[in-house]
Write a protein of this length. Structure first.
Length: 182
């Protein structure tokens, strides 16, 4: 699916089968424009901050970035009010792509004082995989460090703080905790 289709991406089912979830890609790997899905228009406009389009003034996104449909990190429970964020490790895919992915870990963050966890996942399609791992601990150390370093530095205004990097079981528990919580 690509940008412009009037699909309600937030209404897609979270789970495909045990251990496999859907990811909706908002920002392709290598992009610098911060995009967020708009449920009102069902499009992926560039985010604005102070009325100005947000362009990442750091390194571009190191992986495909998006959200897990059917989830919401509720503000009243310490979340940021958005769907669970997800990094999908593979070559760039277009905005609006819906992928079946295997979560392998979670990077737990505080961003502007709110929980803003980032699930790390691999595509189920073997042709898209650039790395194989059953758990984030099996990724090359440098790959984990790149993701964490990027998350802590790409938006100095919010001042993200690392809480922990946890494995597959915790990633699946994070998704389950925030599932169908609109």
């Amino acid at each position: 699916m690509s940008e412009g289709h009037l699909v309600d991406f937030e209404a897609l089912a979270t789970d495909v089968r045990p251990g496999v979830v859907r990811a909706v890609i908002e920002i392709p790997a290598g992009s610098s424009d911060k995009r967020e899905y708009s449920p009102t228009t069902r499009t992926f406009p560039v985010s604005l901050r102070g009325g100005i389009p947000r362009r990442i003034a750091f390194l571009p996104y190191p992986a495909n970035y998006g959200f897990v449909p059917g989830t919401r990190m509720l503000k009243e429970e310490g979340g940021d009010g958005d769907a669970v964020d997800i990094f999908v490790l593979c070559g760039a895919v277009p905005t609006g792509t819906v992928m079946e992915v295997e979560p392998i870990g979670v990077i737990e963050l505080l961003d502007a004082g709110e929980r803003d966890d980032k699930v790390v996942a691999l595509p189920m399609d073997p042709a898209l995989r650039t790395v194989d791992a059953d758990d984030i601990s099996e990724l090359p150390t440098a790959a984990r460090e790149i993701l964490v370093t990027w998350l802590l530095n790409y938006d100095p205004i919010d001042g993200a703080q690392l809480l922990a990097v946890k494995g597959k079981a915790e990633a699946l528990a994070t998704i389950a905790r925030w599932k169908n919580r609109s």
